[in-house]
Design a protein around this ligand. Sequence first.
Ligand SMILES: *Cc1c(COP(=O)(O)O)cnc(C)c1O
Length: 406
Amino acid sequence: MSQSALEENGLPVSNFSTRSVHALENRQKVHRSLVEPIFHTSTYTFDNMADVVSYQEAHQWGLPTGRYEYGRYGNPTTTAAEERLAALEGAETAILVASGMAALTYTFLKHLPSGSHIVMTDDSYRRTVQFCEEHLKPYSVGVSVVPLGDFDALEAAIRPETKLLFSETPSNPFLRILDVERFAEIGRRRKVTTVIDATFSTPINLNPLALGIDIVIHSATKYLGGHNDLLAGFITGRKEIINPIRDYIGILGGISDPNTAFLLLRGMKTLALRVNQQNRNGQAVAEFLASHPRVERAFYPGLKNHPGHEVAVRQMRGFGGVVSLLVHGDQQATFRFLDALRLIYISPSLGGVESLALHPASMAYPDCTPTVRQRLGMTDNLVRLALGVEDPGDLIADLDQALRCA
Ligand SMILES: *Cc1c(COP(=O)(O)O)cnc(C)c1O
């Protein structure tokens, strides 16, 4: 765990608000700047050839070099963002890349050699499933999709060539909850690397590494950035497993940039504040929707009748800021509800300070046939709400007046 710096400063490691602001920060920044500067440089200089030789020697032995060489291999602003996230996840190291999809695809490409196999759970981010099912084919990588929570199906799907077990939690858009400890135990016992896309959880609500998971991935575009103004992704875990991916990305090239790293560092300082408010908004809105006559069903892990509630209570510190619902009525009624929202915007994405509403059938699965959408549960009356940090009373008032129009 990368918490030693905090313990040395005498800070309580359980305090996520403090960690969000200070974890692993460099307290002596250039020119005594309080804020981590943006290092706008593509390359770094050497004093002389002896400096070059000692750098190369250390690098070859895998020793800390204490410096940077070239922008594709690292940048101080990027490193600061990586260390903050690693500290929040209790990880040895983290890599910042261009997007959540870059984090996922680089991890899959590195860990799924030709002829290998991945088992993933359903209700995953559509592009992730698409990458595995369509774009790994040329490499003859086999893909099995099993229902999230069906551990018998998961075990049965594992083959001798299986290299990765992948899941999200909570899932999208039905907020199913993975028993992360059980998932990790199966991976350990069957000697398969486990990967969790924990974008919906955030490190404030869940730390999958502490429950035995090998690799944790985030779309930092969502809660970590938190302001709907950047795209980025993180890959995090133990050094022995993450550093080979880092070297591979140094070749593939899809790194992030120092401006994005700066915005992320700025966003992450308020991560605990924002997520705690989003957890409160999620619970308040879910309870309101669950008892509303115009709502057929509400999906939220904080509701006692949600199938993942018990596991979430046991393994998570919060239920998150995403709530899905089925509007009582057809597509037209659902569109009337969405069109009537005044505070909540119609928009994809989640995790930012603004509350957003998504109609999955037309915004995430527009190219699927109605039969496929039906099979995936993406019915015409399904809406996903990604709550921001507004006042819960105002959000509920907006939803209430819009539901009256449905
Ligand atoms: C948004 C999202 C992604 C993709 O991340 P980008 O930053 O948009 O590339 C992956 N997984 C989940 C769960 C997401 O919500």
